[in-house]
Ligand binder design. Structure first.
Ligand SMILES: *Cc1c(COP(=O)(O)O)cnc(C)c1O
Length: 207
């Protein structure tokens, strides 16, 4: 596996938890936080403005086009780019005094079970188009496989995501981020090549 042993980043998913919990985790050394809801995240960012620029905010929830401006202006990363139109808006609206917005293309490998994410067969075309946008930096692939209690099914789902990531790299895209794995499947996700696990309840407690 072409990944250094320390190559897995922990993204602490703080949705529904108050800013005070984020501050506590930050003080314990955790600097990257994932949020699902734009307004909730922006409110926390305002409360934690003193932690910038060390704190890093990642949007991991669905993004509608009427929210792209506030996202482009406030987040460091967006994991859920699944349409070119959203990517174009994010690039156009990214303030030029900020570094490029770091993005992942969200891939839907669960078929009917999820409405978010581009179909695997369309992932390459979307990724190639996103990679051209001036104020975005395409970092990789994100997926949210339908949870399964069956280890084999879960393993197959993670493997499929990894294959999409490999396919994009085989086509010459420079990608360093495979965002997959949550509290319940993190070991298996890392085994399958994840470079960024998104962990909520195992850090902050039950929501
Ligand atoms: C909530 C959420 C997580 C974290 O889930 P846990 O089960 O609490 O670890 C990870 N990724 C996404 C996209 C989420 O919405």
């Amino acid at each position: 596996m072409d990944r250094p042993a320390d190559g897995v980043t922990l993204l602490a998913v703080s949705k529904t938890f108050p800013a005070a919990d984020v501050r506590e985790a930050f003080q314990a050394g955790q600097h990257s936080f994932g949020e699902n809801y734009v307004q909730e995240a922006v409110d926390k960012m305002a409360e934690l403005a003193d932690l910038r620029p060390q704190i890093e905010w990642h949007l991991i929830g669905p993004l509608q086009s009427n929210k792209t401006r506030v996202v482009a202006e406030n987040f460091d990363w967006v994991h859920t780019v699944d349409r070119l139109k959203i990517a174009q808006r994010l690039s156009d609206q990214r303030p030029t005094h900020l570094p490029p917005l770091q993005v992942c293309v969200q891939v839907n490998t669960s078929g009917e079970a999820s409405k978010s994410g581009v179909e695997p067969a369309e992932a390459l075309a979307l990724a190639q188009a996103v990679a051209q946008l001036p104020h975005l930096h395409l970092r990789g692939v994100m997926a949210l496989p339908a949870p399964s209690t069956d280890a084999f099914t879960q393993h197959q789902a993670l493997k499929k995501i990894r294959e999409v990531f490999d396919e994009l790299r085989d086509h010459g895209l420079t990608l360093d981020t495979l965002s997959m794995g949550m509290s319940t499947d993190l070991e298996m996700a890392v085994e399958q090549g994840s470079t960024m696990v998104r962990i909520g309840s195992a850090i902050f407690g039950q929501r």
